[in-house]
Design a protein around this ligand. Sequence first.
Ligand code: FES
Ligand SMILES: [Fe+2]
Length: 374
Amino acid sequence: MNPLIQIVTEGAARPGPTATLIYDDWYPAMRASKLASRLGSFAGRNRLRTTTLLDIPLVIGRRKDGAVFALRDSCPHRGIPLSVGWFDGNNLTCRYHGWRFEPCTGRCEHIPSLTAADPLDATRIFAQSYPAVERDGTIWVYVPRPGSGRRVDPDQLPAVPALATFSARFRSAHLMADLPCNVDHGIIGLMDPAHGPFVHQAWWWRSRGSIRQKTKRFEPIPEGFRMAAHAPSGNSAPYKLLGVYGQPVETTIDFTLPNRRTEIIRCGDKWFSSLTTVTPVTSSTCRIDVVAAWNVFRRVPLVTPIAKFFGARFVRQDQITMIQQAEGLRHNPTLMLIDDADRPAKWYFALKQARLDGTGNHPLTEPVDLHWRS
Ligand code: FES
Ligand SMILES: [Fe+2]
C-alpha cells in the first residue's frame, strides 16, 4: 500500500489561484503505514510525521497503546514545531523549554521551569489537537474552522468516511498524487467526463476514436449527487474485462462534499469499490488519494501490482494535465463551465456555496438526465 506517485510540484514558490476551504469536516491526512504499526514495530517506534492540511501544519503520531493523534505542529509557548521535540510513545516533549504534552488531548502535563511556589497550572494549557482516526489504512483528521474554539466534542462529529466493501476477503491498494492546483480545480477535474478520451488515451483504456454520446441520470443525495446505477460505458477496457464473468455489470458513482467520490461496481458477487478524495493541502494546492478494494480476480497472481500499475498510470495522466493547467492558471484567465459536461462542476460549486452559507440549498431538486459525448 505504498504510494506510487508523489512528485514535488514545480513552481510551488509561485502559487496559483486559491480556493475557499471547507472546514468542520474530515480529511485524509496521510497513510497509516507512515506511522509505527499498532504493535509498535521496533524500527518505527515513536515516529512523528508532519503534513499540511488546509494550510495547517500538523504533527501526527501513534501512542504506544495504538491511538493516533494530530496536533498543530507548533508549541503553544513559542511556536517551535512540536515535531522536532521528543516523543516517547506516551508524551511529546517540546525541544525548546521541555514542556510535556499528552498528544491526544494536547494537554500540557508539565512545565520544567515552574517552581512549587508558581501558581500557574500547566494542565490548563493545551497544544491545538485535532480528532484523528485510522480508517482503511488512512489517518483521517477532523479540521475545525480556525479560531472556532479549542475543544471539539467527539460525539458531535460527522461519521468518518469509509470505503465500502462487500465480502470478507478482498484486495486493496492506495494511490496518491500531489496536484499543483487548488482543490476546486482538483475536484471538478475529477468529476469531468469530457477529458477522458483526451487525457486518458491508452490502448488498455480507450481511444479518442471511441467517443460516443452518453446519457446519464443524476439524482440528488445529501450534500452531493449520484450518477444512478447504470451499465458502465462499453468503450473502456476495465469494464470489458468484467464481462468475463458473464453477468450484468452495474456501477454507481457518488460525489459528496467536501471532496469525496465513491464508485462501486458490482457484477454478481464480484465487486470493485473506490473512495477518491481531493484534499486541500494549502488554499492553492491539493492532493488526490484513491483507496480501492476489490474481490474481482482475487486469485489471479500479481493482480494487485498490475492494478496499481494501471491505476498509477491513470492518476499520473490527470496529474500531468493539472500541472500543465496550473501553468495556465497562474495568469488568472477567465474560465467557462458549459452544459452538460460541466453541469456536475456547477452542482459542486452550488453545493459548496450552500455549505459555506449554511443554507442547506441543493442545486438538484429531482433526478435529471445529462447528455454529453465522451
Ligand atoms: S517553545 Fe515549546 S516549551 Fe517553549
Ligand atoms: Fe481523469
